[in-house]
Design a protein. Sequence first.
Length: 295
Amino acid sequence: MSKEWIAVDWGTTHLRVWRMAGREIMAKAASDKGMNTLAADGFEPALLELVEPWLTETPTRVLCCGMVGSRQGWIEAPYRPVPCAPLAETLVRAPTRDPRLDVRIVPGLSQSSPPDVMRGEETQIAGFLALKDGWDGVICLPGTHTKWVHLSAGEVVSFQTFMTGELFALLAGQSVLRHSVDTSGWDAAAFAEAASEAMSRPEALAARLFRLRAAHLLEGPQPARACAELSGLLIGAELAAARPYWLGQNIAVIGADAVARAYVEALSLQGNSATFAKSDAMTQAGLVKASRDTE
């Protein structure tokens, strides 16, 4: 087996790869060939398009996380029930035709009551814990489907998923609010006000959302303010529902810069200080840990 290896983050809409030597990144590449764009026989060719220049005659280990291991992915990597460590001791091997590839997939996690699943976030959690040895508390992973994860003694104890990111995309792009919201703008004060309002009165969310449209019609367009208000209302309502997770806990937020910092800001409005970590870096650290633990 080659001493070099390849780390892969394969999501629903994207494919990102890193050429690794131990924990050092030697090169990287990306494409838009996420799981949703591929048939079952399309995963190996999509991977080879990016990594073939890095391969030698000796088989190269390829460690993948994300939706590539879903039922619609390359091969299903069955969920592991919590409570458990974020990473499995044994990864799932994907079938390949090219003898230069040795592809392994990180399984996701599941929860039976209430029912919930995650795929990809477990690797980010493992990366965070690898860099923060002994850390206990709650991790928030914002995204299309935001996760709140309770960690203790290095294990995922429980978690809860909120469709906040998907709701934002649907409301901003397909509802009546599409005429009022410009997702390229931002108003920090409007975000803070809306988040605090939704935290205190989450039951009024549906009525408060329509006020964004009414304000546009009566007061004129304020697209940046409307975007920030929409985000604040949805995140505030999520924080109100997730309060049992984060209240009185150590909190970390792992995500892309803009959306993760919005969560950090919303938590700070409630007097909670959260540690911020970038999702890409945590994914890489998690795959490095998987590489070392499953050699």
